[in-house]
Design a protein. Structure first.
Length: 305
């Protein structure tokens, strides 16, 4: 396998040991080409199975909802929990379709608000860090946005070399480049050269520089990379909202954050968390609640899971 670059997935892994995974990827690529209506039906069913069987993730999501949405009663949170698993199942097909399928049906009804902010920054030659969260619509909406701006992305490498090759190959059908989370210098160079980069800093990433900043009023270990990218490259930081509404997708690009970055990494991280929180409140069932967002506590206490 050749050494991949941010603009190349390299060669397909070879050898008998990879055949089972290659067969699995072929099956996923086939599923990506199913009719969208059928994918949604299968996705809801798959989400129901995940809700029944993935007890540890169901528990993590239930705890997250209790911490983040205490104003809701238990019955309402349970309904939202079930709905989030259904959207999780649909989202798996959305990911596959974005990577390997066609999105012509989605293009017909997509709504994009605030695209003028990106066009203006593009005309200025200024780099743009587009900040979002881990929503199940992120891959599909990222692909739809790539129809209008040359968007690159950051991602966490897959441990399995077949999945790493297959997913990166799929993403590079539409993304300008894909930077792994250990390719910080090339990503910074991309921003300095006026590139657009999509980034989701809403997960607890051990081993990275983090601070505790509020997320839904709860202290959460938050990576400071958004602050650092802006400080070191001079890029604009632009919140990117996206959600599914029935059969259509709605993308909303907010104006660049003003006076960002400041000298305070904690304050800047809190601003980013607040923007992502606003995104979650717009489409709560489409957020990835199963991530153990509060597994590290500022006072060293046991995590709530």
């Amino acid at each position: 396998m050749t050494s991949p670059s941010p603009t190349s997935a390299g060669e397909r892994p070879r050898g008998a040991k990879h055949w089972p995974m290659l067969a699995g990827v072929a099956l996923l690529e086939g599923a990506a080409r199913l009719p969208w209506g059928l994918q949604r039906v299968l996705g809801r069913a798959l989400g129901g199975v995940a809700y029944a069987l993935a007890s540890s993730r169901r528990h993590a999501a239930r705890v997250n909802l209790r911490l983040c949405l205490p104003e809701m009663d238990e019955a309402a949170r349970t309904r939202l929990l079930r709905e989030s698993f259904r959207d999780f199942g649909i989202g798996l097909f959305e990911f596959a379709r974005a990577w390997w399928g066609e999105v012509a049906p989605m293009r017909r009804d997509v709504v994009i608000e605030g695209l003028e902010h990106l066009k203006e920054l593009q005309a200025q030659g200024r780099g743009v860090l587009m900040v979002s969260g881990h929503f199940m619509t992120l891959e599909m909406c990222g692909r739809l946005l790539c129809d209008h701006v040359p968007l690159a992305g950051m991602y966490r490498r897959y441990r399995n070399p077949v999945m790493e090759w297959a997913v990166k190959r799929g993403r590079l059908r539409y993304a300008a480049a894909m930077f792994a989370n250990d390719e910080i210098r090339p990503a910074m160079r991309h921003l300095k050269q006026g590139g657009f980069l999509w980034y989701a800093p809403d997960q607890d990433m051990r081993g990275k520089e983090t601070v505790f900043a509020p997320f839904f009023g709860v202290p959460a270990a938050t990576i400071t990379a958004t602050h650092q990218f802006a400080r070191l490259t001079g890029c604009a930081v632009v919140p990117f909202f996206h959600r599914r509404e029935g059969d259509r997708y709605v993308l909303r690009i907010a104006p660049p954050l003003e006076d960002f970055p400041s000298k305070d990494a904690v304050a800047d991280s809190a601003r980013v968390n607040a923007a992502i929180e606003a995104m979650v409140r717009e489409a709560p069932s489409q957020y990835l609640w199963i991530h153990r967002r509060f597994k590290r506590r500022p006072d060293g206490a046991a995590p709530p899971y």
